[in-house]
Design a protein around this ligand. Structure first.
Ligand code: ADP
Ligand code: MG
Length: 381
């Protein structure tokens, strides 16, 4: 797009955690900077819009964008003019008055029309602008006014982060360097059936940890104690195991404890020896070694879902071992999912991954092969 002198509405994902008026994790703001800087260097007049939290379609100071504006200004090193509105005459006036820097509009979810993708609200949003850029991959699985409505009303393009998200995920799903090793964990099989199915269609091996492995073990007839299990999914688990055969790699040992809490007494047991009354809360060291062998030989890696209850130190070693193996592998590595990304960040390994997706739900839906409304609206080129 030729953006010089143009008024550009940029949908960003500034849905960041805020505590006591301070942004506590500014990753999503950082990740939007390349697009903002690009627009500024090309002489555009950008106004940024995002949702923040879950206000109920009306202004709520708790979710105002002011803390985001302050952090953005510091990271960008350019003036940020924050408005208390997202639509109306003030927007055009602010753009006219812009002398370098950017406008930051108020929380899009202060308006009931946002989540309804309301035509009137979309018109109002689009009115002051010449162009629309969507850099909010994390919101692309929602058909809202700021992701779809405005894209239908203005010439639209993907931002640089959106492009990187799609390129990395497409690279993994459509043409991965082989061997392609997928790693899945987290809480529930049911959340991720579509993801498992889709990855089984393309991965050379699928390593399964987290709580979801116990549904597989129960389906195999093992005693799983009090481990998390989804009894409604035993048949699905069997079917997936039949389909995957030896491409599905399950843990060989697990760390068990009587309770999911800090300080609980824990022990490592083989997966066919989980004692009654205990719950599996992490993969064991032999499993880490086994997974590491697969990971170190991989050319492409996709990882979603922690290997254990990483929030508690005693059950974080499996996730840490896998994260370090991925970091050391030299493979093209893509990490998606809110908690998985939090785990990688907690370990300080974020710079060792090729790509960390900013879209939790969106990245999983994309891997499942679902069409994301906010992506579908954008031109292919
Ligand atoms: P993501 O957000 O990366 O997609 P999920 O939300 O699916 O991941 O799963 C993350 C959660 O799974 C974490 O809160 C973690 O504590 C939990 N979890 C992982 N392993 C276990 C387990 N063995 N038992 C219970 N919970 C687990
Ligand atoms: Mg999660």
């Amino acid at each position: 797009m030729d953006v010089r002198g143009k008024r550009v509405l940029v949908r960003v994902d500034f849905n960041v955690p805020v505590k006591d008026g301070q942004v506590t994790d500014d990753t999503r703001i950082e990740r939007a900077l390349p697009t903002i800087r690009h627009l500024l260097s090309e002489g555009a007049r950008p106004a940024l819009i995002s949702h923040l939290g879950r206000p109920k379609g009306e202004p709520d100071t708790k979710y105002a964008m002011d803390p985001v504006a302050r952090r953005l200004e510091r990271l960008l090193g350019e003036p940020v003019k924050k408005l208390d509105t997202a639509a109306g005459p003030e927007v055009g006036e602010a753009l006219d008055g812009l002398d370098g820097g950017v406008v930051l509009l108020e929380n899009s979810r202060f308006y009931p029309g946002e989540t309804k993708n309301d035509a009137g609200f979309s018109e109002e949003l689009a009115a002051p602008f010449d162009l629309y850029v969507d850099d909010a991959f994390g919101a692309a699985h929602r058909a809202h006014a700021t992701t779809v409505g405005v894209a239908e009303r203005l010439p639209a393009a993907a931002g640089l982060l959106m492009e990187a998200e799609i390129d990395y995920l497409d690279g993994v799903l459509k043409d991965p360097g082989r061997p392609f090793v997928a790693i899945l964990g987290g809480a529930k099989v049911s959340d991720k059936l579509g993801v498992i199915e889709s990855l089984l269609g393309v991965a050379d091996s699928l390593l399964v940890g987290g709580a979801m492995c116990f549904t597989f073990f129960k389906a195999m007839g093992y005693e799983i104690g009090d481990s998390l299990v989804e009894d409604d999914y035993l048949e699905e688990a069997k079917r997936l195991m039949d389909e995957a055969k030896d491409r599905l790699v399950l843990p060989v040992d697990v760390v068990v404890a009587g309770a999911m809490e800090e300080g609980a007494e824990s022990q490592t047991v083989p997966v066919d020896g989980i004692p009654t009354g205990k719950m599996g809360l992490d993969i064991g060291p032999e499993t880490v070694d086994l997974f590491e062998k697969h990971i170190s030989g991989a050319s492409t890696i996709f990882w979603n879902g922690p290997m254990g209850v990483f929030e508690i130190d005693a059950f974080a070693r499996g996730t840490e071992g896998v994260a370090r193996a991925v970091a050391d592998s030299g493979a093209t590595s893509v990490v998606g999912g809110g908690d998985s990304v939090a785990a990688v960040n907690k370990l300080g390994l974020e710079d060792e991954m090729s790509h960390i997706s900013t879209g939790g739900g969106a990245s999983l839906e994309y891997v499942e092969g679902k069409e994301l409304p906010g992506v579908a609206e954008l031109p292919d080129e």
